[in-house]
Design a protein around this ligand. Structure first.
Ligand SMILES: [Zn+2]
Length: 80
C-alpha cells in the first residue's frame, strides 16, 4: 500500500525515509505498536528491541529489526 509518506530506495524494496527524523518517528510508532502487541501476546518474553534506523549508501533512512549481529554485518558491507 502506498501513501504519500512512502518512499523506496535503490538499495532494496524496504520503506525508506528522506531523513533521520522521519525514520525515527516511524520507528517510534512501530515500537509503540509492537509493545502493545507484546503485552497482549506474551509479556513474559519481551520481544527484542533491535529496531533501529540506519542510513544506507543512497542517503535514505531505513528501519530495521535485524539482530545486532546481522545489522553490523550489513553495516560493514555497506561501508565497504
Ligand atoms: Zn536504501
Amino acid at each position: 500500500m502506498k501513501t504519500v509518506e512512502f518512499h523506496t530506495c535503490d538499495c532494496s524494496d524496504k520503506r525508506a525515509f528522506p531523513d533521520r527524523r522521519s525514520a525515527e518517528k516511524a520507528l517510534g510508532r512501530a515500537q509503540a505498536k509492537r509493545d502493545r502487541q507484546a503485552q497482549r501476546w506474551d509479556s513474559r518474553h519481551p520481544m527484542n528491541r533491535e529496531h533501529r534506523v540506519y542510513q544506507c549508501d543512497f542517503g535514505m533512512w531505513h528501519l530495521t529489526k535485524q539482530s545486532r549481529r546481522t545489522y553490523e554485518e550489513h553495516a560493514s558491507q555497506n561501508a565497504a
